[in-house]
Design a protein around this ligand. Structure first.
Ligand code: 9MJ
Length: 691
């Protein structure tokens, strides 16, 4: 007989951990500890089938697949909302709200408008009973089994809750999960999602709940549709806090604002922060905060009178595909890049976007001169997410021909069976691969040779001054000073690098002559060997010779090294030219080759390059609610970051608490990224969990 008290305790503990993670954004334990307890719970339930609590986290998966969703009628319809798009309409809205309250300044609850899929969830006596999509507002689809797989949705409420609660909110896919999902889909030649909204909708409307369970979905509650048997605060903001106390995640950015001025500030603030959020928002939602006022105002035929959606400029826009270029990467990978008629989207003018690979072009059914949908959200590079077939002009639409030979060196392009990527086979003769290889070699996490930008490297390669990375160490000040940056044109003289910059470059090359082994391994640019694998290699092999002599077995015995990576490593070191370059760089017996001295593995905790925030400088401004300035500073430093007192172009990010000072203004002027407390806490938790 299993210990029922222990069983209950396990469930409560796991649910508490899940809540801390999803609702409070402050994990209580590392993921591994959650997993350990979860497995213990699974074992108990397997051993004794009588143990089957409805709020057991194991019950999130395992619902049976259905052939169609049942229709459900919402007792209270899910409402739609009016839209506004500019400041004038905002003033009109505020005026209407104020007139209804005899001209008094109106108190609002202002919230980001999540761009996902609306869901109504019914809790009876605190237990999740049913979840349904919006449908047409009146009748939706029963997606209970799927909703149960979303870990942010509690199966049981905590604290005080009404006996019957119909809570409304949004299911969405965070941007990081969306990007990761798409990356994997593309690598497998699968079908990526066009945007996180489609991803959320497609994932929630799966007949097999185990498919939904595999997708990185989350949920925020934002409204109470109906409740019975209990009481709730009589403001929208108060209700959000009450929902949170019940264990439902609510968006941390909701705020009480006063009058049109307050709403305007909220709009500007959310618009500025939009690129830094890990989820898509397409605007803000403004609700009169007082429920009694809401009730008196009521609804028009379509919408509530007391709320409005103020939309942001879109992150997706239509434009014309003018051409496709094929770029060659360090490993020869050919990436098609769309040249677009410039379009303002997601806060920037975009004139090119990645098309990923040949399959993607085919999947999109893309032709030259098509009208396409460009998506630019957050910091992610712009993508072509679709073709507007309706606007295709048949006479103009031309096929896009994937090249058979490398545009830079003329070597054959090859695409291996089962791979999504096509590659130039030119290897050493391809100037593009050399250029990209050099750029990788000098990059921050690699040899960290400052000052070598695209233009300089391009010229070094095309002038023949650099034929391999070893040549970097043979460059003289004179070689560099005479580098031509711009040819003579239109009566203007040619421009050269000059001796001042050249001296700086030589100094940064010299600085890199002593380097930790892990950085050097990473700098070599072996396929699929990133910083962390390089570190593994440097930990397990005491010298470069030992690594170069390792066989498949020895490599595959290492953590995180599978057969593919191991093969890439072997291939790399088997290549005569690579052996030659490594010898040129590191052979201490040859006076002319002793360019680089390798030192032992760099310690991550000492703020080395592999400490997650190494090389980044942060500035704190304002008051943080959750910790004092010193502990924020210490925690950043523990992750390898520098913390400075003033903002400059070199600042990586400004962390902004309440009542920020002039540092925030400075950061905005300089275009330095701004992290607000909730995002900061989330990143800290993630990074500290990993460290
Ligand atoms: C979104 N989409 O973020 C509402 N919404 O409230 C927020 N939607 C809403 N509130 C009542 N934050 C009906 C819809």
């Amino acid at each position: 007989m299993a210990d029922e008290a222990h069983y209950r305790e396990l469930i409560d503990t796991l649910n508490r951990y899940a809540r801390a993670y999803y609702v409070d954004d402050s994990p209580l334990v590392p993921d591994a500890e959650y997993d350990r307890l979860y497995r213990e719970l699974e074992d108990m339930e397997r051993a004794d089938p009588a143990l089957a609590a409805p709020d057991s986290p194991t019950r999130r998966v395992g619902g049976a697949a259905v052939s169609a969703f049942a229709s459900v009628e919402h007792r209270v319809p899910l409402m739609s909302m009016g839209d506004i798009f500019n400041d004038e309409e905002l003033s009109d809205f505020d005026r209407r709200m104020s007139e209804f309250q005899d001209g008094a300044e109106v108190e609002y609850c202002a919230e980001p408008k999540l761009d996902g899929l609306a869901l109504s969830i019914i809790y009876r006596d605190g237990m999740l009973e049913r979840a349904a999509t919006r449908g047409d507002g009146r009748v939706g689809e029963d997606v209970t089994a799927n909703a149960r797989t979303i870990k942010a949705i509690p199966l049981r409420l905590t604290g005080d809750f009404p006996a019957y609660l119909d809570v409304r909110g949004e299911v969405f896919m965070p941007r990081d999960g969306f990007e990761k999902w798409n990356e994997r889909a593309r690598a497998r030649g699968g079908k990526p999602f066009a945007n996180p909204r489609n991803a959320a909708a497609g994932s929630l409307r799966q007949l097999d709940p185990s498919v939904t369970a595999s997708r990185p979905l989350t949920f925020n509650a934002y409204y109470v549709g109906q409740f019975e048997g209990g009481s709730l605060p009589d403001t929208q903001y108060g209700r959000l806090q009450a929902l949170k106390a019940m264990g439902l995640p609510v968006n941390p950015n909701a705020k009480v604002e006063h009058g049109a001025k307050g709403l305007r500030e909220f709009y500007e603030d959310m618009l500025a922060r939009r690129p830094t959020l890990n989820y898509d928002i397409d605007g803000i939602v403004l609700k009169v905060n007082s429920l009694p006022v809401q009730e008196r105002m009521g609804f028009t035929a379509k919408n509530p009178r007391w709320a409005i959606a103020y939309k942001f400029p879109p992150e997706e826009m239509m434009t014309k595909l003018l051409g496709v270029e094929f770029q060659v990467g360090r490993t020869g990978a050919i990436t098609p890049v769309a040249r677009l008629r410039p379009v303002y989207v997601g806060g920037a003018t975009v004139s090119s976007a990645t098309l990923h690979n040949e399959d993607e072009i085919r999947r999109l059914g893309l032709k030259l001169n098509d009208t396409v949908i460009v998506r630019r959200a957050g910091d992610v590079i712009p993508q072509v997410s679709g073709v507007v077939l309706e606007k295709r002009v048949p006479e103009e639409a031309k096929d896009i021909v994937f090249p058979a030979v490398c545009p830079e060196c003329g070597s054959k392009i090859e695409r291996l069976e089962g791979e999504a990527v096509a590659r130039c086979t030119g290897g050493l003769v391809c100037p593009a691969q050399l250029r990209e290889g050099v750029l990788h070699f000098v990059s921050r996490d690699a040899m960290d040779i400052e000052g070598f930008g695209d233009r300089i490297v391009e010229e070094l390669v095309s002038s023949g001054k650099v034929r391999s990375v070893a040549d970097l160490y043979r460059l003289s000040e004179h070689d560099l000073a005479s580098l031509m940056l711009e040819g003579e044109k239109e009566g203007r003289k040619a421009r050269f690098l000059g001796s001042v910059v050249a001296a700086k470059l030589v100094a940064s090359i010299d600085k890199s002559r002593t380097v930790p082994m892990n950085r050097f391994i990473y700098a070599l640019g072996i396929r699929e060997v990133g910083s962390s694998t390089a570190r593994t290699l440097a930990t397990h092999f005491k010298s470069l010779d030992e690594l170069m002599g390792a066989d498949l077995n020895a490599l595959m015995n290492l953590p995180d090294v599978g057969v593919v990576v191991a093969e890439h490593i072997l291939d790399f070191f088997r290549e005569k030219h690579n052996q030659e370059i490594i010898r040129e760089l590191t052979d201490q017996s040859d006076l002319f080759s002793a360019h680089i001295t390798l030192t032992p593995l760099e310690q991550a905790s000492a703020g080395g390059s592999l400490a997650p925030l190494a090389g980044r400088t942060y500035v704190l401004t304002g008051t943080l609610d959750s910790m004092d300035r010193n502990s924020a500073k210490e925690r950043l430093q523990a992750l390898g970051a520098k913390v400075s007192g003033s903002v400059s172009k070199k600042t990586y990010a400004v962390i902004c608490g309440s009542d920020p000072g002039s540092k925030l203004t400075k950061a905005t002027e300089l275009g330095v990224r701004i992290l607000y407390e909730d995002e900061f806490l989330k990143s800290l938790a993630q990074l500290e969990g990993k460290a």
